[in-house]
Write a protein of this length. Sequence first.
Length: 355
Amino acid sequence: MRDLVARVMDSRLADLLARWRQGGMDEDDPAARFAGHADHLLVIEAEDGANRYAHYGKAFADCFGNDLTGQVIHLLPPDILPADRRFMLEFEYGFVRRSGRPLWRSYTALFGRDLPQTWQRLVLPAGKGRLVVGAYPVADYAPDDDGAALLRLVIDRVPVVLGDDGGVEDMALSLGAFCDTSRHAAELEELASRDSLTGVANRRHFEHLAGLELDHARRMGRSFALLALDIDHFKRINDTWGHAAGDEALKAFTNACRVGLREYDILGRVGGEEFAVALPNTGLDGARVIAERLRAAVAELLVHPAKGQFFDLTVSIGVAQLRETDTNVASLLQRADQALYRAKHGGRNRVVTQE
């Protein structure tokens, strides 16, 4: 989780957090300690149960057209601080004072401009009832993996508490309380269950869906099979043509698999170049037919990366069938992996069934 936070957090806020972690805030002047962040810094002081801006960075004044140094937050006019944002700020400041923990989130607003901007915001306790707030605009970014995409969406909806280990310790609000539309909840569910590159189920979601089908097969006395697939020599693709070409190969591979599978089959990415397919109502012979169809479809692919020549793909596949002793997907997947291992060592680009 620490590495995930490091990838998502704006580097300038990461520097602010590192300086805060040096300790000694009770004795320091926050504006002096974080002088390098002065334009993007707020210093908040408690005053008669209210919060007053003791320092108001130039970046905020530029966005709102006002220098609010010395102003009490809940007395600001609505055109400067609407009620919903005033509530969130009061919540953040009270939470950090009570918990003594850093609070991190992002938010998107107009900030007095024609187009909305997204900023990341970090609230830090600074001793003597003071708070330090750093905020920086962040560029639009495409998710680089499932975890980063999910964390970016979470901090846009819910303030998160940072732990001493550099990771996310908790959420300061319940996700349900802050997902104000069903669309936000759906986005979170989608990111939590799908592989961002290929669009197929990620490992957790695949095991969940396959587990439901396995339980159904056991209750109803029906057949069930599972395929383990691994793209041959995938590291060579990355080393020769680069990771962008590897991404194109993964997308081409999953598209070929989708065409070759039935509507109710379940395809998931369970590793870097490793995939699995759950086959409901399918015995060993039927599973081998489907596996051979996928193998042949992949062998016909030609991938053309943005840089480099066309290259082809092959896949090795292991097949396993549900047994009476199988109570979960893990045991079935283990046998399919063993068969896959034999396919690899037997020359690759082939299908091998369980022993």
